[in-house]
Design a protein around this ligand. Sequence first.
Ligand SMILES: Cc1cc2nc3c(=O)[nH]c(=O)nc-3n(C[C@H](O)[C@H](O)[C@H](O)COP(=O)(O)OP(=O)(O)OC[C@H]3O[C@@H](n4cnc5c(N)ncnc54)[C@H](O)[C@@H]3O)c2cc1C
Ligand SMILES: *[C@@H]1O[C@H](CO)[C@@H](O)[C@H](O)[C@H]1NC(C)=O
Ligand SMILES: *[C@@H]1O[C@H](CO)[C@@H](O)[C@H](O)[C@H]1NC(C)=O
Ligand SMILES: *[C@@H]1O[C@H](CO)[C@@H](O)[C@H](O)[C@H]1NC(C)=O
Ligand SMILES: *[C@@H]1O[C@H](CO)[C@@H](O)[C@H](O)[C@H]1NC(C)=O
Ligand SMILES: *[C@@H]1O[C@H](CO)[C@@H](O)[C@H](O)[C@H]1NC(C)=O
Length: 489
Amino acid sequence: MAAAPSVLYLLILFTIISAPLSSSSTPPTTCIIGSGMAGASVAHFLRKYSHTGPIHIFERNDVVGGRMATVTIGGNTFEAGASILHPKNYHAVNFSKMLNLKVKSDDPDESVSLGIWNGSEFVFKTIEYDSRFSWIRSILGFVNSVRMLVRYGVSLFKMSRFVEVTVDSFLKYYQTLESRPVFGTVEEMLKWVGLYNLTTRTLNEELIDAGLSSILIKELATVITRINYGQSVSISGLAGAVSLAGSGGGLWAIEGGNWQMAAGLINHSDVALHMSEEIKSISYVGGAYELNSRKGNSYKCDVTVVATPLDELHISFNPKISIPDRKLQHTHATFIRGLWNPAYFGFNHVSDIPELVGTIESSDLPFTCISILKKHSEKDMTYKMFSRQAMTDVLLDQIFSVRNKTIRIDWGAYPLYHSPEQFAPFILDGIHLYYVNAFENAASTMETSAVAAENIARLIISRSSIEPPSISSNYATSASIRSDLHSDL
Ligand SMILES: Cc1cc2nc3c(=O)[nH]c(=O)nc-3n(C[C@H](O)[C@H](O)[C@H](O)COP(=O)(O)OP(=O)(O)OC[C@H]3O[C@@H](n4cnc5c(N)ncnc54)[C@H](O)[C@@H]3O)c2cc1C
Ligand SMILES: *[C@@H]1O[C@H](CO)[C@@H](O)[C@H](O)[C@H]1NC(C)=O
Ligand SMILES: *[C@@H]1O[C@H](CO)[C@@H](O)[C@H](O)[C@H]1NC(C)=O
Ligand SMILES: *[C@@H]1O[C@H](CO)[C@@H](O)[C@H](O)[C@H]1NC(C)=O
Ligand SMILES: *[C@@H]1O[C@H](CO)[C@@H](O)[C@H](O)[C@H]1NC(C)=O
Ligand SMILES: *[C@@H]1O[C@H](CO)[C@@H](O)[C@H](O)[C@H]1NC(C)=O
C-alpha cells in the first residue's frame, strides 16, 4: 500500500505527458547502423513492443548479417563466421521458428576425432567425438569419453558445473517483461543476473577456484577459448564460460546459413533497408540526429542505434562521444579444398590426423585450429582453419600437400577480453544515441547480440515516453511497454 501514492503519481504524470505528445506529433524515426544480429534484433523488438515510427537500417556491405556470413568453396557453402548456436539460445530458437527457417542439429551418430597439438606432437587424442559440428563448442561433449576421463579426471565435471551455473544465470534474461527491468548500463544488466563478477577476473582464476587441474586448463580449456575467441584463458571469466558453454550437446545452426535470421527479422519488421550505404558521421542538431553516408545522402533520425563494434570504425560523432579503448581480436579464417600433409604432424597416413586439431598456447604455433568441414573423398577434403595472423602460402604448403582452392577472410572478430572488463555505455550521449555492442565486452555471440538488442529496444521505448524535454516531444507512446515497465501496479 505504501507504494500506491507514487504509482498513482506516475500514472497521472504519464497521462499528462503522453496524451498531448502522441496526438500532436508524428511517430519517431529510428535509424540503425548495422544489419547483423544486433541491428536486425533491435528492429524486430521495436516492432514487437509496438513501436510505430519508420525504421531505417544502414549496411555498408552488399549483404545483411555481418559476422553471420557464408563462404562458398568448390561448390559447397559453409559458415565463415558465427557457426553454432546453443540449445538454450532462446531468441535464436524463436526467430528460427517465427521465420520458418530450417534447423540442422547435432547428429549423435556422426563422430569426429579431436587432437590437441602442441607444435611438435599431439598431447591428447580422442577416438570418438559426438558431433557433426566438427568444430568448436561441442568439445565438452567428450566428457563421457574414457580417454578424456583418464587424462582430466573429475576436473571435467567441475568444468561442466562451472558452465551450467553460468548458463542458468543467463536464462534470467528470458524472464517476462513484468519481472525483468530495463537496463541502462551493461554493468547493471550483468549484476542483475549475477554475472558481473565473472568479468572482473580471468577465466584462469575462475577455473582454478573451481578446482580444475592445471593440465585441463592448459590443454582442453585453452583449446576451446582459442577456437571460440582466438585468445588464451586470460580472457574474462564470463567470456570464458560462454566459450566453454557447449556441454550437453544439442548444438544447432540454420540450414543454408545463420545470416538468414538477420535477413528474416529485417524482412518482417517493416524496415527501410539501405544496402551498401556506409554511415560516416552522426551529428546531433536541433533535437535530432543527422546521419551522413559515404554515398552523400543525409538522413534525419530521432533515435540512432549503433549496432556494430565502434573500435575499428571511422564514424565521426558530433558532439564527440567517449568510450573505453577496446581492441578487437582478429581471427583469420582460411578455407582450403585439398588434402593435408600427414608429415607435418609426424604421421605417415592422412587418416592418422584427428579431424579437429586444437592447439595450446605457444608462440611457435602458427594456427589456432584446423577442422575438416567436408570429406569429398579420402583424398579431397574441405578444411577450415583459424589463426591470429594471416596464413602465408609458404606455411599452408607445409600443412597441405594439395591445395586446389584457398579462401582467406580476416575478421575483426570479437573484443580482446580482459579482466577487469570495462564497458562502454548503452546510451552514448545521454540522449537518444544507443550502442548495442557495448555488451560485447561481456561475451560475443549471436544470442548475446539479440539479448542486448532486446534490452536496447525496451530502453528506447521507455526513455522516449518518459523523457519530456526537447527531443522526446516527438515520441509516440507505447501503452504495452509502459504497463509492462510498471508491473508493480
Ligand atoms: C570467426 C567467427 C566465429 C564466430 N563463431 C560464433 C559461433 O559459433 N556462435 C556464435 O553465437 N557467435 C559466434 N561468433 C560471434 C558472432 O558472429 C557475433 O557475436 C555476432 O554475429 C555479432 O553481431 P552484431 O550484429 O553485433 O555485429 P556484426 O555482425 O558485426 O554486424 C555489424 C554490421 O554493421 C555493418 N557496419 C559497420 N559499420 C557500418 C557503417 N559505418 N555503416 C553501415 N554499416 C556498418 C557491418 O558491415 C556489419 O554488417 C563468431 C564470430 C566470428 C568472427
Ligand atoms: C519464445 O516463444 C515462446 C512461444 O511463443 C514464448 O513462450 C517464449 O517466451 C519465447 N521466448 C523468448 C526468449 O522470447
Ligand atoms: C609437446 O609435448 C611434448 C611431449 O609432452 C614435449 O616433449 C614438447 O616439449 C612439447 N612441445 C611444446 C612446444 O610444448
Ligand atoms: C561479487 O563480488 C562482490 C565483491 O567481492 C561481492 O560482495 C558479491 O557478493 C559478489 N556477487 C556475486 C553475485 O557473487
Ligand atoms: C520476406 O517475407 C515474405 C513474406 O512475408 C516472403 O515471401 C519473402 O520471401 C521474404 N523475403 C526474404 C528476402 O526473406
Ligand atoms: C586438384 O586439382 C587437380 C587438377 O585440376 C585434380 O586432378 C585433383 O583431383 C584435385 N584435387 C583435389 C584434392 O581436389
